[in-house]
Design a protein around this ligand. Sequence first.
Ligand code: 4AD
Ligand code: MG
Length: 433
Amino acid sequence: NTNWVYIKDLKNHVDELVEFRGWVWNKRSSGKIAFLQLRDGTGFIQGVAEKKDFDDETFEKIRKIKMETSVILRGIVKKDERSPFDVELSIKYIEIVHEPEEDYPISKKEHGIDFLMENRHLWIRSRRQFHILKIRNEVIKAIRDFFNENDFVLIDTPIFTGSIGESAGNTFQLDYFDYGKVYLAQTGQLYLEAAAMAFGKVFNLGPTFRAEKSKTRRHLIEFWMNEAEVAFYRHEDNIKLQESLVNFIVNRVLANCEEDLIEIGRDVDKLQKVSLPFDRITYREAVTFLNKKGFDIKFGDDFGADEETVIASQFEKPVFVEKYPRKIKAFYMQPSDEDPEVVMCDDLLAPEGYGEIIGGSERIWDEKLLIERLKECNLPVEEYKWYIDLRKYGSVPHSGFGLGVERTIAWICGLEHIREAIPFARTLYRVYP
Ligand code: 4AD
Ligand code: MG
């Protein structure tokens, strides 16, 4: 009955005999000594087995052990300055739980991305993926803590919906019994607007779906969004809330995951530049700036990845681009009083080419204007009866936003592609595994 201790806690058990339960992810051996690289879900350490402590047959077994064999070990915890966990395990007893018959498919050699994605169910055991997904875990914890600490109420919004939340272009449609056509949620926003009229300050966090035909480093088909909506908030309040959230997330990751960031080779200095307030430029200013940089772009054109990257590269922290033309934004956005061609919206662009991590806006709160905009956008007004009701009974100005969770993680981790920011990515050509 030796004490089972996880790797992350071993440093509190130096010179004690403990039990380890986990996997051998690599090994190396000479005639007299075998080094087993061990992992247990909380970290990675080295185990050392010496021939003198085992009978010949057992030591041969240890020397020849296959990668990803699952084991229960007992051993003495030894101080080891070279280990990130300050310790290694001097193995005295080994029980093999399961030894693979075949060689583990993911070896130390370089693998192509298709092979790795095909084996994603195994790839998540690898060190780099482990650290990235630990950071994801921290980002999501931070989001929840931020909204809880600021007295927001969690409202879980539905996945099946009859009312298209963003635009008709990239919806997934399915048949819903006798009801007919419904969509997978592109956003929970419309439901959060209803909830804001009941609870004032609300948020959600869940999966959203977009049938994006574009195959880019920034697009997933299924991605997680964190949205917030606040009654009586205007554009300025909305911006402040968004920058506080992003600042909070980055500081949390720096405080709790610095080791993980270093392990994946992230330049932590870049993240340390994030501080309040963030910079802001208007869409009109951005167009002028882009023209100076040689982009052939005029008022009314949307920005693509290249434009966003050039704008963001002027800043060391995320930058807000505000007040886009009404014509290229969603139906629900409130036009500006001073400049009716633009809406009271913002996109938050991450540095280093990671693109838009937040989209937000003031919402139209006048019933007539909303119906007009729905018609202009060719959306079926009858499906929005409930949403229009919100403008019939005590309507108020309100604002909110949605943060793309994987885009945020891709930026914080410095990933080449968004597919590594989610455990099992759904992309244009992949739903396996
Ligand atoms: O800008 P979007 O489309 O905004 C909305 O859906 C609003 N209804 C949110 C709101 O105001 N409540 O999407 C929000 C964010 C984007 O800024 C981007 O970070 C992310 O979601 N996003 C994607 N992330 C990964 N893959 C995709 N295909 C994405 N599409 C949007
Ligand atoms: Mg957007």
